[in-house]
Design a protein around this ligand. Structure first.
Ligand code: FPP
Length: 249
């Protein structure tokens, strides 16, 4: 019964948005987990765990709404500066998340990853591959988890690949365009239309630097674990009221 009422409420939210003007690609900076935990007298890891549950909830809802691509910032190249215990907790959480066979079950969500996975443990790398393979047949929504991801590192990697191709005579340096850079990034999907950052911070924090050239931003004071379907709907409604000119008039 409770589930039925929840579905009804979600359907009502989805009815509010204009299906003809949905962002194709939504980026989410899942911030405020630590503060959420602290305000409840819990360890920071409990905040991350609650944040991971929120990601599952919001991804399922966004997929029902018709959002095609979501990129969620789970671990940045700068997050290695955190205490070892917190890094270990985040990696354990990631492993649990990937091993959870109920993850996004019943939904048409495909899981992919962006970032440098070379430094992750063999177990995590293996589970990432399994998750990618097992979800490969789903095509309604693609959830990209950004893990050990940094926008500057991504652009540097693309430039390095292009230089190597040029040095090998496979590419004319004079012919390098924005398209060439885009093609050598981790993402093979459209640039990000809307970036959501909760928890009262107003930074991009090295997230999708190239892909956010013309993104719209949506900020709120809500800590990520408290982020609801209603908040997501509001972000989409606000996006639909923006006048995107892409440098034109
Ligand atoms: C920033 O909040 C959040 C992170 C560095 C990690 C985000 C990770 C998750 C939500 C969980 C991992 C996701 C998966 C899919 C396993 P913060 O910790 O800096 O919060 P604070 O600014 O309040 O301290």
């Amino acid at each position: 019964m409770f589930k039925f009422l929840k579905r009804k409420k979600q359907a009502a939210f989805i009815n509010e948005v204009d299906q003809e003007n949905l962002p194709r690609h939504v980026g989410i900076i899942m911030d405020g987990n630590g503060r959420w935990a602290k305000s409840r007298g819990l360890p920071r890891s409990a905040g991350h765990r609650a944040g991971a549950a929120t990601l599952k909830k919001i991804t399922e809802f966004a997929s029902d709404m018709g959002i095609r691509y979501i990129t969620a910032y789970a671990f940045s190249t700068e997050n290695w500066k955190r205490p070892k215990a917190e890094i270990d907790a985040l990696m354990d959480l990631l492993l649990d998340y990937l091993k959870d066979k109920k993850l996004l079950e019943g939904n048409q969500v495909r899981l992919k990853f962006i970032g440098d996975r070379s430094v992750l443990t063999d177990e995590i790398k293996e589970q990432m591959e399994i998750a990618e393979e097992e979800s490969a047949g789903r095509d309604k929504t693609i959830l990209y988890l950004a893990i050990n991801y940094g926008g500057q590192q991504e652009i540097t990697k693309a430039v390095r690949t292009i230089c190597q191709k040029a040095a090998a005579g496979q590419l004319d340096p004079g012919g390098v365009t924005e398209q060439t850079i885009s093609e050598n990034l981790y993402t093979e999907i459209p640039d990000v239309d809307l970036i959501i950052r909760p928890s009262g911070e107003f930074r991009l924090s090295n997230f999708l630097l190239w892909q956010s050239a013309y993104s719209e931003f949506w900020f709120s004071n809500i800590n990520w674990p408290d982020f609801s379907e209603k908040d997501f709907t509001q972000a989409i409604l606000d996006y639909q009221n923006r006048n995107r000119r892409f440098g034109g008039i």
